[in-house]
Design a protein around this ligand. Structure first.
Ligand SMILES: [Fe+2]
Length: 472
C-alpha cells in the first residue's frame, strides 16, 4: 500500500510518501513555494511526491475538529482545516501520536520510551509513550497551556525574535549570557514540569524594560531552566516506562544543547532528524502503516541528481576556503547535511566571519562541524554518534578548528560514515589526507530569510545574488 502523509495548517507544511516499509519521498512545502515556514502544501510539492508513486490513502497528522475545539474553548490561534489534495480515503491521527509514530517507527528499537514535547498539539503538550513491538501506548499526558515549547517560544518573543521560528537563535545566544543574572526570575515562570505561571501562548507581559545585553542573559537563564525541567521530565519518563531506549520527538527535540543530557539518563537515544511538525507527515503515514519503516537516510526530497562533486569541492576550498554545494536529494529536516551545504576550512579563524557575511547572519551565530565518524571522539567530548547535528558537545581541540567552536567551547557536531553519505565522507577523507584535520565547517545553503535551496532555479538565483558559484 502507498500512503501519502500530509502535515499543514501549522508552521512547517510537508508531505511524505511511503510504500510498505520504504520511504519514497519526504519534503518541505517551503522549499517549493520559497516561503519560509510555509503553513500550506502547494501543487509543486504534491506533484513531486507523486513522481514516486500514486497513493492508495492519505494520512493526516492531526484531528482537525479536536484542534478547532481547543481554539474555540481554550484559546490559541491559527488554521485547523487542511486542504486534502487527492480523492482517496483519509485517515486522521492525533498530533502527538503522529510525532510518536514518526520517531518510534523510524527507529531501530522494538522496546523504548517515547517522549513528545512541543508547543501544542490539539490539547496535548507533553506526552510519554511506550513502544513495544509494533504497538505504541500512551502512559502520561500534560495538556495546554502548560508547555515546554510555549515557555521557550514566549521568551524567544520577549527578546525580540520570531516565536515558532527563531528559537534556535536564542539557543545560540545563551552561550554568550550570564545565566545566573535572571535565573531566579525565569525559574518562577516554569518552576516544575507541570506548573507554569500563566498561558505562554499570550506571551510574557509582565517583564519590564529589556536592554540588548539583557537579551543574552535572559537567553542563558531560559536555556538553563529548560534543561533542568527537561532533565526532570526525562527522568520521570525513564522511571514510568522502565525502558533504557529513548525516542524523543516534537519541536523541543531540536534543542541540541539540551539533547546531550539525554545520554546521562538513557542507554540509547533516537531523535528522528525532523522531530518537529514537519516530520509528522512521515509520522502520520507511519501511524497508518502501523509498523516500523526503514530509515535509510535524510536525503528524501527534491532530486538535483549528479555525482557528489568531491574533487571540485576540495579545489574550491583550497582556492577560496569556502565551497557551496547543491547535489542529489534535498534533506528532510531543518539541517543541511551535505546536499544543500556551504562547506569550509574550519582551521581558518576568519572563515566564520566570511561565511556569516555571505549568509548575512548575526556575528554571534555559530557554525557546525562535520567530522569523519571514527575520529569524532578525538576532537569532541562524545561517546555516541550524531549523524544529524542533534547534539552539542565540548570541542577538545578548539585552537585547531576555531571556526566551528562556539563561545562556550562547544560544537554542534555532525558525524558521518561511508554508508550515510559516501561522497561527503570521501570529501572529508581527502581533506584529512591533505591537512590532518578530518573536519569541515558545514552550514545550510540558503538566501537569508529563505528556506534551504531546492532546485536549479534557486541555485541560479543564489549565484546571481551573491556573485558566487555553486558546485552542482
Ligand atoms: Fe508538534
Amino acid at each position: 500500500m502507498i500512503i501519502l502523509g500530509v502535515n499543514e495548517t501549522s508552521h512547517d507544511a510537508s508531505v511524505s510518501l511511503i510504500k510498505d516499509g520504504e520511504i519514497l519521498f519526504a519534503g518541505h512545502a517551503e522549499r517549493y513555494s520559497k516561503q519560509k515556514n510555509d503553513w500550506y502544501n502547494n501543487k509543486e510539492i504534491i506533484l513531486d511526491a507523486l513522481n514516486y508513486g500514486t497513493p492508495d490513502a492519505i494520512a493526516y497528522y492531526e484531528k482537525p475538529w479536536l484542534k478547532r475545539s481547543r481554539i474555540v474553548l481554550r484559546g490559541g490561534a491559527g488554521d485547523w482545516k487542511p486542504n486534502i489534495p487527492l480523492d482517496v480515503p483519509v485517515h486522521y491521527f492525533k498530533h502527538h501520536y503522529s510525532h510518536a509514530a514518526a520517531g518510534y517507527y523510524t527507529s531501530t528499537f522494538y522496546d523504548a520510551a517515547i517522549v513528545v514535547l512541543d508547543a501544542i498539539g490539539e490539547y496535548n503538550t507533553s506526552t510519554i509513550w511506550v513502544g513495544e513491538g509494533e504497538k505504541i501506548k500512551l502512559k502520561y499526558k500534560q495538556n495546554y497551556p502548560v508547555s515546554f515549547g510555549l515557555f521557550y517560544s514566549a521568551f524567544t518573543q520577549l527578546i525580540g525574535l520570531m516565536p515558532n521560528q527563531e528559537e534556535y537563535i536564542m539557543m545560540g545566544m545563551a552561550a554568550y549570557g550570564d545565566w545566573t543574572k535572571y535565573y531566579k526570575q525565569v525559574d518562577e515562570y516554569f518552576p516544575k514540569y507541570n506548573q507554569q505561571k500563566y498561558n505562554f501562548h499570550k506571551g510574557i507581559t509582565d517583564w519590564g524594560w529589556i536592554t540588548e545585553e539583557d537579551k543574552f542573559d535572559i537567553a542563558a537563564a531560559v536555556q538553563v531552566v529548560y534543561e533542568q525541567r527537561l532533565n526532570e521530565f526525562m527522568r520521570m519518563a525513564h522511571s514510568i516506562t522502565g525502558k533504557d531506549n529513548l525516542v524523543f520527538m516534537g519541536g523541543c527535540a531540536l534543542n541540541s544543547s539540551a539533547n546531550t543530557l539525554l545520554w546521562n539518563i538513557f542507554k540509547d537515544v533516537w531523535i528522528m532528524p525532523n522531530p518537529g511538525d514537519a516530520g509528522s507527515s512521515l509520522g502520520a503515514a507511519a501511524a497508518l502503516y502501523g509498523k516500523h519503516i526503514e530509515w535509510k537516510s535524510p536525503y528524501l526530497g527534491y532530486d538535483l541528481g549528479g555525482e557528489y562533486p568531491v574533487n571540485k569541492i576540495l579545489r574550491e576550498i583550497s582556492d577560496n576556503g569556502i565551497a557551496a554545494v547543491a547535489n542529489g536529494r534535498a534533506e528532510y529536516g531543518p539541517r543541511a547535511l551535505g546536499n544543500r551545504s556551504i562547506l569550509a576550512d574550519p582551521r581558518d579563524p576568519n572563515i566564520k566571519d566570511k561565511v556569516n557575511q555571505i549568509k548575512q547572519r548575526e556575528l554571534f551565530r555559530p557554525f557546525a562541524p562535520v567530522v569523519m565518524e571514527e575520529y569524532a571522539h578525538l576532537w569532541f567530548d562524545m561517546n555516541f554518534t550524531s549523524p544529524y547535528m542533534q547534539y552539542t558537545v565540548k570541542c577538545l581541540k578548539p585552537d585547531v578548528i576555531p571556526s566551528v567552536v562556539h563561545a562556550d567551547g562547544t560544537s554542534r557536531v555532525q558525524t558521518v560514515n561511508k554508508e550515510q553519505h559516501p561522497g561527503l565522507y570521501e570529501t572529508l577523507q581527502k581533506f584529512y589526507e591533505i591537512t590532518g584535520v578530518p573536519i569541515l565547517l558545514n552550514t545550510s545553503l540558503n538566501i537569508k530569510g529563505q528556506p534551504l535551496l531546492n532546485d536549479l532555479e534557486d541555485v541560479h538565483k543564489w549565484e546571481i545574488m551573491y556573485n558566487k558559484r555553486i558546485i552542482v
